[in-house]
Design a protein around this ligand. Sequence first.
Ligand code: BG6
Length: 515
Amino acid sequence: MNSNCFVMGHPDNLLFVIFGASGDLTQRKLIPAIYSLRAQKLMPDRYTILGIGRTVMESDEFRRRMKDSIIRFSEKKEISDEILNEFTDKLSYLVLDSSSEEEIDKLRIILEKTAKEYSICGNCIFYMATPPEMYKIIAVNLAKAGLGKQLGCFRRFVFEKPFGYDLESSEILNRTLHELIDEGQIYRIDHYLGKETVQNLLVMRFSNGIFEPLWNRNYVDRIEITSAENMGVENRGNYYDSTGALRDMVQNHLLQMVGLTAMEPPSSLDANAIRNEVLKVLQSLQPVREEEVGEQVIRGQYTGSRIRGECVTGYRDEKGVNSNSKTETFVAIKFYINNWRWGGVPFYIRTGKRLPTRVTEIVIHFKSTPHHLFQKESGKLTGNQLIVRIQPDEGILFKFDMKEPGSGFNVKNVAMDFHYKDLADIRVPSAYERLLYDVMIGDPTLFSRDDEIETAWKFIEPVQSAWANNSGIKIYGYPAGTWGPEHANDLFGDESITWRYPCKNMADEELYCEL
Ligand code: BG6
């Protein structure tokens, strides 16, 4: 195995079953990730991948489509005709209505036959890449067909997000699943947890002694987390219009990042030790009360604009979106964490589509000195910031003040940086590669547990219900290609403070940088 691979145990032989195989996720993420694992020799010795969908198509056509997507979405240097042909030979496709009990029973027979044919024991991974409303019925049908039983083999069920639509539906879904299978068989995907740089938060915080003493209310002024995208809703208008940024990004990806940023050191790297600490953070989130939502939560929706001379469609004119839609494509929230470490430190999180650039980062703003001796070059107090860049230009940036050469004591804010790309030999695996591999070897560390998911929904619930019940709460339009509604800056309650406006390059910061 070369230095480009992540080195771990070898997975057991298995049957990989993907529901929703004709969809975007399968083509763009799942199949290219599994191919990449194969290219790194990380797939089991014997395996097959069965795609299931309602779209009528022959296995040959499915193989052809998947080959195209591997070529399109994988790293060029991983593509080899030999591996590609060998890999696609393992794919097949079945037209099947997974909401039907009888049809899933047919699937059972097919799986038993396939397992015999390829000398694979009964290990199965069932991946739900379907619309979320299908999760329950598919799981019920699989269990009724006896496919949830682990008799001398494993049966793992992987669920994409969103897991539920709100607190109640996620509780019902968890309850139903627990009646059918064990929690240990359930893998709830939050692909942000599969990102190397998100995991690196743990290493940065808990492998370095210098951060811990500063990582608390005594030295931290505020924490800002941004996950911005420059793309619009693309061809997911239908899904997105009934979901919105709060459910699509905040309930899962952003709150998980809050958890990893704010958690206490776990006692070990055991899956439950880490998840227990994240859970404690989520349990300590001070709920934004319904009557505070108008002030503490800013929502927006992109409107049409011109970017670099090109017309960009507004959200309401996107395919699949209701022309009067009030679905938010931007959301910014201010909240507190009620515990000893973070009491009184405001957390600001924001996410949005059609913002100026694609960037995800965590910014720790440290408190300034108690007395300002020196004159700042810009007159503005920037102070110390630690920026953990999740993507792109992955790395860490530390900002601090230095004396400008020359007379007097003019101070300039400068930066020290580490870029992942400088670890020249290391290839950063995609989030899905890492997560799919973990499902195969049965490591649940980077998957959300039932209680984490429900606690996150609990935090989101008052916002959902305030938006649903109080028509007076505004949804601001923002031109595509800008940083969302200006009101998002009101959350700071201090005109001298704004969000950081990050650029593609970690060190750059500009309101109008790149589009
Ligand atoms: C997904 C959301 O979970 O994350 C998408 O459903 C979003 O709407 C995507 O575009 C962002 O992921 P990434 O990895 O590109 O930041």
